[in-house]
Design a protein around this ligand. Structure first.
Ligand code: 5AD
Ligand code: SF4
Length: 479
């Protein structure tokens, strides 16, 4: 059945869990659905297609998805036409089993199958009814969905800040991590495609791009190894950054995520040298104890990590740093944990993402058991967060009275958690604009007239005088 023959507008509702890679995958899903006349809706009751784009990096994210499915189930009873699907890492991990576990589910597809979504929907609409497609592509034959700017629908205007995936998968073997199983081997997107995507997004109005990959620093390694590319020029990640930096009209580049082992000198040299490269580096350390790092198979010591930080800071004194840290990895003693605290205090990151260890199916660490009590994990997490709160507070107060460059992304609203986020331009939610410093700190700028100021400032680089620091954001006025 050729679905695109039907020209009536229909609605798709997508809920996205997890990392930026999933946020970007959701955009690609919307992109492949656009020719089928699907329009995004925030209201699941209006939708004829509901997709949960899921994360399985920790058990809690998976449980969240299951309870969300339960909440959506009654919609199926009232709407025979409704197709309910699960995408992302839980889909990849569970495959057809998920169809067995959830009898009202119609579709399960892994991240490698986004491009095939139209044909998967045709199969659901046809005789198959319930479809699971989760085979992981080998390197050969993997096709990226080349990103196009999304059509501006229902007030969702072109974003000022966009993600561009530069590679998929991960070849590292961190013993706690499920990603190599859900996202497969590393495959790099050809650099011409990356530059084309960035150029197109900039032409459509983006001013900032974040280059995405599980470990962007190993960009290109698979291409160098592949026989087709033997005679082609394959840039390293640092060289790719230079190519992206040269795209006319682009103001800012960020990237995530990096493995410390691969953050090598040619990348460090880019900071302070490339005009667009923002002074912000997310460098996950995971633990401050050598024995835990070894058990995690991270392939660096705390001393190696410190060395990288020192080099980065020498190259770029204003660099903002963030990290990921896991507490309660199997075998983590109080002394190991104290070492993590010590490292956090010493590096004094601008922000951190801290997690309690969560055993994941298929990973090597599973064999080590889950030896740290939940109560101890909780206590260690609290201690980490408390330490970081004080450090972050000092960093935020350091901005007060300073002038900073802010890329204005749009009007801001305050969510229930007190965090700011961008909303569609026509939502008229408030009288403040939201943007970020080059160091990735959110800045709110109260303005007298919402619409007038939005039109004038969105997408602009503004000089803002910071007047107040809250826990997660700054407030200021245009200079
Ligand atoms: N348990 C807890 N945290 C994890 N992460 C990855 N796997 C696990 C796990 N099994 C964290 C790491 C990684 C971040 C994206 O999620 O810190 O950097
Ligand atoms: Fe997971 Fe390690 Fe790969 Fe990051 S580098 S995605 S933590 S396996």
């Amino acid at each position: 059945m050729q679905l695109s023959a039907n020209k009536t507008k229909r609605y798709v509702h997508i809920q996205t869990f997890g990392c930026q890679m999933n946020v970007n995958d959701t955009d690609r899903i919307l992109q492949v659905l656009a020719p089928l006349d699907y329009v995004m809706t925030d209201d699941p009751a209006q939708a004829s297609l509901i997709l949960l784009n899921t994360c399985s990096v920790r058990d809690r994210a998976e449980q969240k998805m299951m309870s969300q499915l339960g909440r959506l189930a009654p919609l199926k009873e009232h709407n025979d036409e409704l197709v309910l699907g699960v995408a992302g890492c839980v889909a990849q991990q569970e495959g057809a089993e998920l169809l067995k576990k959830v009898p009202y589910l119609d579709l399960v597809f892994g991240p490698d199958h986004i491009a095939e979504l139209p044909s998967l929907l045709a199969r659901v609409a046809g005789s198959e009814k319930r479809v699971a497609e989760t085979e992981l592509y080998k390197r050969k034959g993997y096709q990226f969905v080349e990103a196009e700017p999304l059509p501006a629908v229902d007030g969702h205007a072109q974003k000022v800040s966009e993600f561009v995936t530069i590679m998929k998968g991960c070849d590292k073997v961190c013993t706690y991590c499920i990603v190599p199983f859900t996202r497969g081997r590393e495959v790099s997107k050809p650099h011409e495609m990356v530059v084309r995507e960035v150029s197109r997004l900039v032409e459509a109005g983006a001013r900032e791009v974040t280059l995405l990959g599980q470990n962007v620093n190993s960009y290109g390694k698979d291409l160098v190894e592949s026989s087709e590319a033997r005679f082609a020029r394959v840039p390293t990640f640092a060289q790719l950054l230079r190519e992206v930096d040269a795209v006319p009209g682009l103001e800012r580049v960020r990237f995530t995520t990096s493995h410390p082992m691969d953050a090598i000198d040619d990348l460090i040299a880019c900071f302070g040298e490339l005009r667009t490269l923002c002074e912000y580096f997310h460098l996950p350390v995971q633990s401050g104890s050598d024995s835990i790092l070894e058990a995690m198979r991270r392939f660096y010591t705390v001393a190696d990590y410190r060395d990288k930080i020192a080099k980065l800071r020498a190259q770029c004194p204003d660099l903002a740093l963030s990290t990921d840290i896991i507490v309660g990895f199997p075998g983590e003693t109080e002394a190991d944990f104290e070492d993590s605290l010590k490292l956090l205090a010493e590096v004094a990151y601008d922000s951190i993402y801290a997690f309690k260890y969560s055993p994941r199916p298929g990973t090597k660490a599973l064999a080590l058991g889950d030896t740290v009590d939940e109560a101890d994990k909780e206590r260690r997490l609290d201690a980490v967060l408390k330490l970081q709160k004080d450090i972050s507070r000092k960093k935020m107060l350091g901005y007060v009275g300073k002038q900073v460059e802010v890329l204005i992304e749009g009007p801001s609203t305050r969510t229930s958690k007190g965090q700011s986020s961008v909303v569609p331009l026509d939502a008229k939610p408030s009288f403040q604009l939201m943007g970020r410093t080059r160091t990735n700190v959110i800045v709110n700028v109260p303005v007298p007239l919402g619409d007038f100021w939005s039109k004038r400032w969105v997408g602009q680089l503004a000089t803002v005088v910071i007047e107040e620091a809250k826990a997660n954001s700054l407030f200021g006025r245009f200079a």
